[in-house]
Design a protein around this ligand. Structure first.
Ligand SMILES: [Zn+2]
Ligand SMILES: [Zn+2]
Length: 261
């Protein structure tokens, strides 16, 4: 089993240090464990749910130490990133350059619309905001910095009913992923911890089934990750997510260029 999306205590809403996740992963038969904690953002206001720039060296050192101590596991250095054009050089020169991270994950938790910042978790209630999220997500995807897109269907948290707007959003995201050859993530955290009640009944907020049915039709590749925020969650949703992919005929992405095989 492989998981490319693991947090640590540094993001202020997860618990556990790198070593705690590695031990849990080894006990659960995970062979590739990628860390992708929330990136620090120099000069940005979105600081309450992520590490500070000062914590970056400690994060990287903790992963490198684990790589030495657990040679039987493939342990990778990644980061889950918001994107904005002014962050390109930080990602390229500092994270991928200076700190030699193995990969960056796109996690679009905020988006810009008409000069304001909106939360992808809280603010996508209508067609206008859904379209703005979609357009911004695709712009982020086009930056070329990312190995895959975390929870692209995050809008399922607040946009409750599948309709022509969600269908259009999904089709746009999926065709961009296909064009850019960028895998989309089936997110175990959403699958296991984010049930919501809708007029059609209870469902996981994300992954939202009709999104992935469309993804299967278009033949995009997917990656299944736990998005663990607690060491005990290191494998959450991995089996269920893979079963979902298999049932829908989605092909699993090969991320061997990250060192994971
Ligand atoms: Zn995320
Ligand atoms: Zn995450």
């Amino acid at each position: 089993m492989k998981n490319y999306h693991t947090h640590t205590f540094r993001c202020k809403h997860a618990v556990g240090e790198v070593d705690d996740y590695v031990r849990a992963a080894a006990a659960k038969g995970i062979t590739v464990l990628g860390f992708a904690d929330h990136t620090p953002l120099p000069g940005h206001p979105w600081s309450s749910t992520r590490m500070s720039c000062g914590e970056l060296p400690g994060y990287v050192q903790a992963i490198e130490k684990a790589q030495e101590e657990y040679p039987e596991l493939t342990i990778l250095k990644g980061m889950e990133c918001e994107w904005a054009p002014e962050l390109n050089s930080f990602y390229q020169d500092v994270l991928l350059g200076e700190y030699a991270l193995d990969y960056l994950v796109l996690g679009c938790h905020f988006f810009y619309h008409q000069g304001s910042v909106f939360s992808s978790h809280l603010d996508i209630h209508d067609a206008e905001h859904l379209a703005a999220y979609t357009a911004y997500l695709i712009e982020c995807m086009e930056s070329g910095l990312f190995a895959f897109v975390a929870h692209p269907d995050l809008f399922g948290l607040t946009y409750l009913e599948w309709d022509q707007n969600t269908e259009a959003a999904a089709k746009d995201i999926i065709s961009a992923a296909k064009e850019l050859n960028l895998p989309l993530e089936i997110n175990g955290h959403g699958l296991k911890n984010r049930p919501i009640d809708t007029p059609q009944g209870r469902r996981p907020a994300y992954p939202w089934l009709p999104f992935w049915e469309l993804a299967a039709e278009q033949g995009v590749s997917v990656v299944v990750n736990s998005d663990a925020h607690h060491p005990g969650q290191v494998d959450q949703g991995l089996r269920e997510g893979r079963a979902l992919a298999e049932r829908l005929g989605l092909k699993l992405a090969v991320l061997s260029h990250l060192g994971g095989g």
